[in-house]
Every structure is written in structure tokens, then in C-alpha cells.
Design a binder for this molecule. Structure first.
Ligand code: ATP
Ligand code: MG
Length: 473
């Protein structure tokens, strides 16, 4: 964090100093919530979680070099005591970002936030020093912690914003008010918790409502619910997508034999050719979104196209493609799943299968449950099972309980009988089946909601294959 004295911090967060002999001592190190991450000069933020209470680690944090603890009660070492630790952390982030005057780019959407944020960061880094959300830390704690890593050199702060309900994005935009707000899509992620797509659109649109008149709302022209958000903002609107009226567009979109999208990028300032290192056509939309943000920040189409073509995947288990020495390709997309991302991944698998079929290879979709779909769960699992058959995926392995049986039944009803679709009870059973069946040239997609931990299947299939070519990182 930028250097601030304990007296200044206490004032910003409205807290009471306790056991602080010298309030002029400065916090100069990182602000952390895990005592194991404390470094010299840190501020340790004590949260009381379900299983662990950070206050119990205050002493340890102090001994490890923390200057003080932000806490809900005195802890026997220097502390700034507040009523609400989360609100205090937010207030500190807001103040620091305000002091720095950093340009905040915020993005939200149902699918692809992390993938797009990583693309934006890699493109903007070429332009000016950029700080961005690590991984998917997009909530009321991860967001301020990320913002607090910005320094005086930081020009762009790129923040992923997640929402599980109405009001969540409004809260986050209050902490780090963005000048550029990007909405990717409105899909079905967490639809059960939200209570419908309109509710999701309502929640995601809070991002553009927060923008100032001088700001820019970057909206997906291909998603009607996102496009409609133009009426909810004072800011200028920049549209991206494949629609003819989009400001930032793609033409000649195709997938290479390896499943990587290639397209001509058109921006108001020119055009350039892009071939992504990421897999799956859904990344075209993500790349256009990133291009629109970079264009808004003054980068040329040529520069953007080059940066996009060189950008890799920074976050794990998202369409992570590894070819084993024996010629089996494993696509680990087990980070998470919802109906849109399942469809996107299946389409990518089908494209990769085109090339492998020529070599006698087959495509395998090893799919598990999609969580939090509420009343739509049966229909959505059924539809994914059917899509696997329509896309001519050679084998569907549905893993898990009731939802997996719906996946398999969908495939069965679409015409995938016999051994073409199977239902197994757990990850180990899937691994056993695949180990005995896979042969060179096969491509295996592994995907399910995070809570299922299906990456275990992909990792087991890759055990001992470390020398295999890692195609994307
Ligand atoms: N534009 C897109 N449309 C549909 N699916 C996508 C899109 N972009 C990425 N995906 C897929 O969605 C899944 C999640 O991707 P990513 O982690 O980028 O999304 P996220 O919105 O950050 O998710 P979370 O809500 O878990 O933070 C991955 O399986 C990825 O392949
Ligand atoms: Mg994410």
C-alpha cells in the first residue's frame, strides 16, 4: 500500500487506536487478511470467518512484521479498532484509490470476467503500469485488497466485480468508482440465487449506473440484455461484438484447427489481425471487450491486435490445453460451469475434434453438474447433454449425482445410445474409465461447477505427463 501513518488510517476508517505507542508509524507493506502473507510494514486485517477468527492471529501477524491490525476489538498488539472491519477495509481502499487518481476499469458479467480481465490487463500493461485482480478475487474483500496494491506509478486499475444478488455491484462501485465500466453478458450463472435473468441484468447494470458523465460504458452489442443497459447510464456508450453497428467488431471469425479463434479486429481507429492463444469461440467476445477498453484508453488497433495475439491464460483451469506425450489432449475447463460456458466449451471441443478425427482421434466430454440453476436445472442439464450429441462429440461421460443423470439422459434421448454416453458416480470412476479407454489422438474436455472439483480428473489424466507440451498457459 502507499505509505500512510496509523493516525491517517484511523481517521480514514473512523477507528480507535489501541496499544499504538507511536501513531506516526507508517504502513508501507501489503494489506493482507491472511497472517501467513504478512510482510514487513503490513497492515493485517482481522476478519472473523466461519471457521477461523483472524483476531486469533493478530499476535502472529505482529511478530511477522505487521505494523498494526485492523480489528473489531483490541487484540493486545497495535490495532485500529472499528465496528465493521469490512466497511473499514472498503473505506481505506476508496480513499487510497481517490488519492492516487488511478483510472479504474471495472468489469462484470455472468461468464468470462476473469478471462477478459486477464486479457485487458495483458493489453493495457503494454500501454502503462496496470494493476489487476489476481485470479477471481472479485468480491467485497478481494476487490479492496486488490485496489490497495495500486501505487503512485499505477495508471490503470482493472477490477473484476462479481455479484450474487442485486446491490452487490453497487457496493463494489462505491469502493472504487470506475470511469470505464464493461458488462460482458447476462447468462444463467447463479440464476437460482438471483431469481431470474431480469434480476441478473438488474444487478449487472448497476455497474454502468455508477459511471460519471465523463466515463464510458462498454457494452456487448450481441447480448440484448446488456445492450439495453445503454439507457441506464449517463456515460458515453461503446459497443463491442459481431453486430454490424458495434464500434469495436470482429470480422472473418474462424477457429483454427487447434480450436483457437482468429479474426479481423475493427476499431474506430483502424484494424488488425488477431489469432488468440486461448481456446474456444467464446473468447472472441472477451477479446473484443478487451479491445474496446484498450481503444477507449487510446491504444491503436494494431497495438491491440498484437497484444491480444500474444496474451496467454493467466488463471488456471480455464480451457487449459495440454497434450500428453502419447498424443492424448486434455482440456481442463474445470474451474467452473454454467449453461453458456458449457456450450462454449463443447463447441471448442467439437472444433478441436475436427482436426483430431483426421488422425483417428475421438472427442470426450467429461461433464459434471452445473450448480445453482434453481428450477431450470433439469432443463439446462438435459440441453447440454443434447448439445454434446448434436455437436457430434464421440463420448459423453457424465460424472456425479442427479444432475449428471439428467445430462446423460439428454444425450440418450438425442440419440446417443450404448457406449456413447455413460453416467459414472464420481471423479475416480471417471478416471478409471478414461485410463482404460483413451487412445492417441483423443481430445478430452473436463468441465463442471467449481464445487464438484472435477479438475481432479484432468490432473489425474495428466499425472506423469509433465514433459507433455503445455499448449496454453
Ligand atoms: N464470453 C463467454 N461466454 C461463455 N462462456 C465463457 C465466456 N468466457 C469464458 N467462458 C467460460 O466460462 C467459464 C468461467 O470463465 P471465467 O473464469 O473467465 O469467468 P468468470 O465470469 O470470471 O467466472 P466467476 O463468476 O467464477 O468468477 C470458463 O469455463 C470459460 O471457458
Ligand atoms: Mg472470475
Amino acid at each position: 500500500m502507499i505509505a500512510l501513518s496509523l493516525a491517517e488510517i484511523a481517521e480514514i476508517v473512523g477507528g480507535q487506536p489501541h496499544d499504538i505507542p507511536d501513531p506516526s508509524v507508517q504502513v508501507t507493506g501489503p494489506v493482507v487478511i491472511d497472517s501467513r502473507q504478512v510482510a514487513a510494514g503490513s497492515l493485517f486485517v482481522a476478519f472473523a470467518g466461519e471457521n477461523v477468527d483472524g483476531h486469533d492471529y493478530a499476535q502472529r501477524a505482529f511478530e511477522a512484521g505487521a505494523v498494526a491490525v485492523l480489528a473489531a476489538r483490541p487484540v493486545g498488539v497495535p490495532a485500529i479498532v472499528v465496528d465493521d472491519v469490512q466497511a473499514a477495509l472498503g473505506a481505506l481502499a476508496r480513499d487510497v484509490v481517490g488519492r492516487l487518481g488511478t483510472e479504474v476499469v471495472a468489469l462484470t458479467g455472468s461468464s468470462g470476467k476473469t478471462s477478459t480481465k486477464d486479457l485487458i490487463a495483458q493489453v493495457l500493461q503494454r500501454h502503462a503500469p496496470t494493476v489487476f485482480t489476481p485470479g477471481s478475487l472479485n468480491n467485497e474483500i478481494g476487490l479492496p485488497l486488490t485496489a490497495l496494491t495500486a501505487t503512485a506509478e499505477t495508471r490503470h486499475l482493472v477490477l473484476e466485480m462479481g455479484a450474487r444478488g442485486v446491490g452487490h455491484i453497487r457496493y463494489l462501485t462505491g469502493l472504487t468508482p470506475p470511469t470505464i465500466g464493461l458488462v460482458l453478458n447476462v447468462g444463467s450463472a447463479h440464476i437460482g440465487e438471483f431469481g431470474g435473468k431480469e434480476q441478473i441484468a438488474l444487478a449487472k447494470g448497476e455497474l454502468v449506473e455508477s459511471l460519471p458523465e465523463s466515463g464510458c460504458a462498454v457494452l456487448n452489442a450481441d447480448d440484448p440484455l446488456v445492450r439495453a443497459m445503454a439507457s441506464r447510464t449517463k456515460a458515453r456508450v461503446l459497443l463491442f461484438g459481431e453486430a454490424a453497428d458495434a464500434d469495436v467488431r470482429a470480422e472473418n471469425v474462424r477457429l483454427t484447427d487447434a480450436g483457437q479463434p482468429s479474426f479481423s479486429l475493427l476499431t474506430p481507429s483502424g484494424c488488425g489481425d488477431v489469432t488468440l492463444r486461448l481456446y474456444g469461440e467464446h473468447h472472441v467476445s472477451n477479446a473484443l471487450a478487451a479491445a474496446a477498453v484498450a481503444h477507449e484508453l487510446g491504444m491503436s488497433a494494431d497495438e491491440i491486435a498484437r497484444a491480444l495475439s500474444e496474451a496467454g491464460s493467466l488463471s488456471r483451469w480455464r480451457m487449459e490445453v495440454t497434450e500428453r506425450p502419447d498424443g492424448v489432449t486434455v482440456v481442463n475447463d474445470a474451474y467452473n460451469a454454467n449453461p453458456e460456458s458449457m456450450r462454449a466449451a463443447l463447441r471448442a471441443l467439437a472444433a478441436m475434434g475436427e482436426a483430431s478425427r483426421a488422425r483417428g482421434g475421438r472427442t470426450w466430454a467429461v461433464l459434471g453438474p452445473m450448480a445453482e440453476l434453481g428450477d431450470d436445472s433439469l432443463a439446462e442439464h438435459d440441453a447440454v447433454g443434447r448439445l454434446a450429441v448434436r455437436l457430434n462429440v464421440s463420448k459423453l461421460v457424465a460424472v456425479g449425482g442427479r444432475e449428471a443423470s439428467w445430462l446423460q439422459l439428454g444425450a440418450y434421448n438425442e440419440g446417443s445410445w450404448g457406449e456413447e454416453s455413460v453416467h459414472v458416480s464420481d471423479a475416480q470412476a471417471a478416471v478409471d474409465l478414461l485410463r482404460s479407454e483413451l487412445r492417441p489422438g483423443d481430445v478430452v474436455l473436463v468441465k463442471a461447477s467449481r464445487s464438484i472439483g472435477l479438475e481432479r480428473v484432468a490432473l489425474a489424466l495428466l499425472e506423469g505427463a509433465a514433459e507433455g507440451e503445455v499448449a496454453a498457459r
